[in-house]
Write a protein that binds this ligand. Structure first.
Ligand code: FAD
Ligand code: MLT
Ligand code: ZN
Length: 486
């Protein structure tokens, strides 16, 4: 299967030679690379969704920032294209080569550099796995300020490169706020040491911000300084069953008033998402009856009695006012985990479908479900959904309500041209018309780069292209991605 239809290799890039491999061996050693063996290279060439696959012959696994610098300096001089790679859990095809780019995988850079237990500032190598960092911090009474379903595999460097949002952005904010400093190797090998551990620093342009969400196109992140919050002593998770998205919004609005400072997550999904989960796994702790919508609420605070009382009052009010039809509160750690596994399990369940058109969009909260219903109707009108033999089998919605972020997933029997041309650019036009973004948190990669114009003006895109050419004049870093080709 051609995983990159229509792409043409940039002939300015050199093809890898045995001499290059020998040089890389002198930098990372025999064990620091994988060369030539298709089977060993497969996992590095293929993305998490098995939608995109490149043909790299070489994976490099540096262990130090200096090695990354030596590698990039050489690649830049030789015009060898490079794709930076973290845990390879990205959902837009950004982490795998398109053609024969050298894969620069950061998994060997996995050391914690330091932790200040007064301020909660952690410094670490970019290849540290998010969950490993979170478990390490747990012992010190702290936690990572972000959490996502891919935590067991994704790297903190990959999270920052994609500006990942996740399940608690509502409470702890975006990485643009929590990242205090970065160490980045620029495409020519220059090491940019901006590992600040300061909360406040108004001296010059805030260069680190440029690399947050830059998806490996202008530098390789090798070190991270990040502000971590205290781990809450009291955590509650509740599940609500609701009749309409109108009610989901009422529940959200009221949660901000009644749960205010202890609210740490407010997630929603529809019945289609639950059914998709049930098709591929057995959920625990779900309600007896089914509802069109579900909301998962998490509270985190320092006083269990206080939090329990607030949450119970809120739930009673939601039931009495007829906003929620049903509500359960997890009674222990394992029930909390089960509820979160359900929420985090939709991605994997959808991954087991024959094909999925995956979208990650943001817009004003009241528009979120209108978008889903409109898409269902549009696909029916287009003749690809609603009949036994239709290629589209379901339209599934879930997301981070608190962030105005909808994950719209269109499950299908196969990927076909008619369906994809019905979805794109229709969906992006819809999003643009409602002042939304075509990518809320997953990024652009190769899946959305050509549609950037629906979210950013020509002037902004031109400035982005100028920045790319200043920082990476030979265009060796993650080519064919992120910015539109024309
Ligand atoms: P990769 O996938 O390896 O790379 C992603 C991009 O970053 C690529 O363009 C790559 O070139 C670049 N990159 C990686 N490391 C570096 C580096 N050190 N320096 C420079 N560039 C680099 N995303 C969300 O925002 N919120 C979610 O809730 C969420 N949930 C997910 C759940 C599941 C089950 C899965 C599979 C994915 C989910 N994602 C989510 C997608 C998401 O982008 C990531 O999982 C994560 O941030 C990517 O990290 P990674 O280390 O796997 O990066
Ligand atoms: C999520 O919120 O579950 C993630 O962003 C992944 C997805 O959209 O499937
Ligand atoms: Zn998400």
């Amino acid at each position: 299967v051609d995983k990159f239809p229509g792409y043409v290799r940039n002939e300015n890039f050199k093809e890898l030679t045995e001499n290059d491999v020998a040089y890389f061996k002198s930098i990372v050693g025999e064990n620091g690379l994988i060369y030539g063996n298709e089977d060993d290279l497969f996992a590095f060439n293929t993305d998490w969704m098995n939608k995109f696959r490149g043909k790299s012959q070489l994976v490099l696994k540096p262990k130090t920032t200096q090695q990354v610098s030596d590698i990039l300096k050489y690649c830049n001089e030789q015009k060898l294209a490079v794709v930076p790679q973290g845990g390879n859990t990205g959902l837009v095809g950004g982490s795998v080569p398109v053609f024969d780019e050298v894969v620069l995988n950061l998994q060997g850079m996995n050391k914690i550099r330091g932790f200040d237990s007064v301020s909660g500032i952690l410094t670490a190598d970019a290849g540290c796995v998010l969950e490993v960092l979170d478990n390490w911090l747990a012992e010190k009474g702290y936690m990572m300020p972000l959490d996502l379903g891919a935590k067991g595999s994704c790297h903190i460097g990959g999270n920052i490169a994609t500006n990942a949002g996740g399940l608690r952005l509502l409470r702890y904010g975006s990485l643009h706020g929590t990242v205090l400093g970065l160490e980045v190797v620029l495409p020519d090998g220059t090491i940019l040491d901006n590992m600040s551990t300061l909360r406040k620093d108004n001296t010059g342009y805030d260069l680190k911000q440029l690399f947050i969400g830059s998806e490996g196109t202008i530098g390789v992140i090798t070190g991270v300084s990040i502000l971590t919050p205290h781990r809450s002593k009291a955590v509650n998770v509740a599940l609500l069953g609701l009749e309409s998205f109108e009610d989901v919004q009422k529940a959200f609005k009221q949660s901000r008033i009644e749960l205010s400072e202890i609210l740490s997550a407010f997630e929603f999904w529809d019945i289609n998402a639950l059914q998709m989960f049930k098709k591929h796994a057995t959920p625990k702790e779900v309600m007896q009856s089914e509802y069109p919508f579900y909301v998962l609420i998490e509270t985190s605070g320092s006083n269990k009695d206080h939090d329990d009382e607030k949450l119970n009052t809120y739930l009673e009010n939601m039931m009495e006012d007829g906003v929620a039809q049903d509500g359960v509160v997890a009674q222990d750690e394992s029930q909390i985990r089960n509820l979160w596994s359900l929420r985090e399990g939709f991605t994997e369940a959808l991954g087991k479908e024959p094909a999925v058109y995956k979208y990650d969009i943001s817009m004003p909260v009241p528009k979120i479900y209108e978008c889903v219903e409109d898409m269902r109707q549009h696909l029916k009108d287009g003749g690809v959904f609603g009949q036994e033999d239709s290629p589209v089998t379901d339209v599934v919605a879930y997301g981070h309500v608190g962030d105005g972020n909808l994950h719209l997933n269109i499950a299908a029997k196969r990927l076909d041209k008619k369906t994809s041309s019905l979805i794109e650019p229709y969906l992006f036009e819809w999003v643009s018309k409602h002042q939304g973004s075509i990518s809320a948190e997953h990024g652009l990669g190769v899946a959305k780069n050509e549609f950037l114009g629906y979210s950013k003006s020509p002037v902004m895109i031109q400035l982005m292209k100028s920045m790319k050419s200043i920082l990476d004049p030979n265009g060796i870093l993650n080519p064919y991605k992120y910015l539109p080709s024309s």
